[in-house]
Design a protein around this ligand. Structure first.
Ligand code: RIB
Length: 277
């Protein structure tokens, strides 16, 4: 008999499935789901709140057992109007910190500090930060940590805003090269850094000789681009695994108290940063 009483499915909403950060996260979710005979259904909502609401409604209609929401488009309103009345369990992670349910978090503020401190330790005094033009809470904290460390060390910072994609990073190089005296770049995620590589390469500018570059995330690609990318590593697959575990626990025990898991971030020094000469 192939028909089960409970759907044994979990919906997963991410902002951008094209970013390896989210595919690695999904890998972790899937591993735990599989061990527990659950099936993940994945949606990428591209920061479109309407689309996301539509997906959530359809999932609820199909009696999904629970949801992992990594995209920020789902506001507390959606949660209150759709999920709670239908008794759908959910877990919030990464870009989504509405703060009403279970969460899996990393310390973005500390990660930002680690990135800044690494560049400062290498002697950089003028740093460009390439940040998303649509900051979610986790990114805001990341940026605060970065800025606070620079401020404390009297390091000058310049802010460039762009979409948090390869293309965004690539195009932002046009602004970067207009800044004078900058010797280092912090991109708020690794995907953006990949675009910066190309933008600099097309202008005959070298990493790390002309610009040290540090990313954020620790996606696998970082080890395969040249020079290998220095970054702040989030335990992405582990984040996926934990979020599935916590959600499944919630599905099985709806009454347990709010669960919050904190996972560590770390500096991974590779080849894209160097001491200033
Ligand atoms: O690359 C995706 C980024 O968006 C990650 O840094 C993750 O934390 C999310 O906010």
């Amino acid at each position: 008999n192939l028909i089960m009483k409970s759907a044994q499915t979990i919906g997963v909403l991410v902002p951008n499935v094209g970013n390896p950060f989210f595919s690695e996260l999904i890998k972790g979710i899937q591993a735990i789901a599989r061990e527990n005979q659950f099936i993940p259904i994945i949606f990428s909502s591209n920061h479109d709140a309407e689309l996301e609401k539509y997906y959530i409604e359809k999932l609820v209609e199909r009696s999904v057992s629970g949801l992992i929401i990594a995209s920020s488009a789902s506001t507390s309103e959606v949660i209150d109007e759709i999920l709670k009345p239908n008794n759908i369990q959910y877990l919030l992670i990464d870009e989504n910190t509405v703060e009403t349910g279970d969460t899996v978090e990393t310390d973005d503020y500390y990660g930002g500090q680690l990135a800044a401190q690494h560049l400062i330790d290498l002697g950089h005094q003028k740093i460009a930060m390439m940040i998303s033009d649509d900051l979610t809470n986790n990114l805001r904290r990341r940026l605060e940590g970065f800025k606070d460390s620079c401020l404390k060390n009297k390091t000058e910072i310049f802010q460039i805003e762009a979409p948090m994609t390869k293309k965004g990073g690539y195009e932002a190089v046009a602004d970067l090269v207009n800044l004078s005296g900058v010797t280092a770049i912090f991109t708020i995620n690794d995907e953006m850094a990949v675009g910066v590589y190309r933008g600099l390469w097309e202008r005959n500018l070298k990493i790390p000789e002309d610009f040290s570059l540090i990313g954020y995330d620790g996606i696998e690609w970082g080890e395969y681009i040249s020079p290998k990318l220095t970054t702040i590593k989030q335990p992405i697959v582990e984040m996926g695994k934990k979020s599935a575990e916590v959600l499944l626990n919630r599905i099985n025990n709806p009454k347990v108290k709010k669960q919050t898991v904190n996972l560590p971030v770390e500096l991974v020094v590779r080849e894209s940063t160097q001491r200033i000469r």
